[in-house]
Design a binder for this molecule. Structure first.
Ligand SMILES: *[C@@H]1O[C@H](CO)[C@@H](O)[C@H](O)[C@H]1NC(C)=O
Length: 481
């Protein structure tokens, strides 16, 4: 999913649109088609295109080895990578703990930055904001949370200020409540995090920045960075366009999808920020998004434009993503899955387990986990085990004109249209909605009996035809330039 952001509508920030941002930075020169590397003494050829296999619900859990055989933290090269998680005190309790037993098993170097320095479950969380230009920090209303936390600590946070409460109030806003106190101070973190992360891990080669609800695949990230040169200034992620009121456009790496920064770019960025701190803190003050300010500094002050990693890095939640998306000519299906965003802790754990099983069962060829594998081994089994769900919203959005007033009629409408992958029936309105995409969806906690169903025959038929990748730059080759 690609984002376009405009500043003027507070509260409706992520205007999701398939805008054509046809920028030259998108594709670099083609990679050599065969890439060899040595990993645990196996020679790997990345050029093998995927063998097209029919879509099957391979329940990976049957073949799952005991987790003790997983060696994610010991994979050579992992020590050169730092995962930098950006979070805030209002969401730490909800979103962070799942990482302690998943992500952090595999990343030997994790730094957590927040608007409040504290220790949670033995994990140190650093205050990203303690050296922001003093008059902003001590007087600006957006720092109210930061000042309160400093003075009175976490106990002073009110229940309604926590991320869980904000989400219930405003479930449609994927970024969390934009009026929340945590969100308002968040944009100041991106720039100082460069120098702070570098000071804590001065010898690392790669820094991957993510949010607390971002999933980063360690095995794919590792394979990706091993094809890149950390001594070159690299800033790579999911491209998004920010358009200001005066139509100035900035291409930036969407923060929640995760962005990769080489040590060379880290040093350049940290130095530049240190030398221009007051100016840049004010730039963040006068902007809505820290990830955009970072991109502006990289591109315009340091000549480090974004390299696009889409569709390897994803701003989408796998529960709501369209795995058949093709954007900028790139077939998402075919690419290694480096990241996902907006994951609930439950989804994060499931994807993490899938990745560990995948790695353990592909030790010989190190074939990366691709989005298609996540679809086949994680998403499809969910649907096959339960193809009708009550009090569930699969986000089917095409309203059928038929006045159905019963679930069974809605199911039949979908069955008669082979493009219909799924349907949703609302007893309250009697409306039937169908959809030509596949999504798992979200619980419908209004308790009015919304029924969501999937037509597994249509899904299998579509993906049987869709499941092929030529391994080229639009169909699965690692994006390295
Ligand atoms: C903190 O900020 C001041 C300027 O406001 C700067 O002179 C100083 O070097 C910074 N300290 C660190 C550790 O970055």
């Amino acid at each position: 999913m690609l984002f376009s952001r405009r500043p003027s509508i507070r509260g409706a920030f992520l205007v999701i649109a398939a805008l054509c941002i046809c920028y030259g930075v998108f594709f670099g020169p083609a990679l050599p088609s065969t890439y060899h590397k040595d990993w645990s003494s196996f020679e790997v050829s990345w050029s093998q295109s995927q063998t097209a296999s029919p879509v099957q619900a391979e329940d990976s859990s049957h073949a799952a080895p005991p987790s003790s055989t997983l060696s994610c933290g010991n994979a050579p090269g992992m020590h050169d990578i730092v995962l930098v998680i950006k979070t805030g005190a209002t969401e730490v309790e909800e979103k962070l703990p799942i990482h302690f037993s998943t992500t952090m098993d595999c990343f030997p170097n994790v730094l957590i930055f927040s608007d409040y320095g504290e220790t949670v479950d033995g994990h140190v969380i650093h205050d990203a904001l303690d050296n922001i230009t003093e008059n902003i920090r001590m007087t600006h209303p957006d720092f109210e949370l930061w000042r309160r936390l400093r003075e009175k600590g976490r106990a002073d946070l009110r229940p309604e200020e926590l991320s869980e409460a904000n989400k219930i109030e405003n479930p449609s806003n994927p970024t969390g409540n934009s009026d929340s106190i945590g969100w308002r101070v968040d944009r100041f973190k991106n720039l100082p995090m460069l120098g702070k992360a570098l000071a804590l891990k001065p010898d690392a080669k790669w820094f991957i920045f993510a949010d607390a609800d971002t999933y980063i695949s360690w095995s794919n990230l590792l394979q990706w960075v091993e094809q890149l040169d950390h001594t070159k200034p690299i800033y790579s992620g999911s491209g998004a366009a920010y358009t200001s009121d005066d139509e100035f456009q900035q291409i930036f790496a969407h923060g929640g999808s995760g962005y990769l920064v080489s040590s060379a770019a880290m040093k350049a960025g940290a130095d530049h920020y240190a030398q221009n701190q007051e100016y840049l803190d004010n730039a963040a003050l006068n902007h809505f998004y820290g990830d955009v300010v970072l991109a502006t500094m990289f591109e315009h002050s340091l000549d480090i434009p974004l390299t696009w990693a889409f569709p390897m890095t994803q701003g989408g939640d796998p529960m709501l993503m369209d795995f058949a998306e093709i954007s900028y000519d790139k077939k998402l299906w075919c690419f290694p899955a480096v990241s996902y965003h907006h994951l609930t802790p439950t989804t994060l754990k499931e994807i993490w387990e899938l990745e560990q099983d995948w790695v353990a069962s592909h030790t010989k060829n190190h074939e990366p986990l691709r989005h298609s594998d996540v679809f086949k081994q994680w998403l499809l089994p969910k649907l096959k085990s339960q193809d009708v769900r009550t009090d569930w919203d699969n986000h089917a959005d095409h309203t059928e004109n038929a006045d159905v007033h019963e679930y069974e009629a809605c199911r039949q409408i979908c069955e008669l249209n082979w493009q219909c992958m799924q349907y949703r029936y609302s007893p309250n309105s009697g409306l039937c909605r169908t959809f030509d995409k596949v999504m798992v969806g979200t619980p419908d906690d209004k308790g009015v009996g919304v029924v969501s169903g999937w037509n597994l025959q249509h899904i299998d038929r579509f993906f049987d035809g869709f499941d092929s990748c030529d391994g080229g730059e639009n169909e699965g080759r690692w994006i390295t330039e």
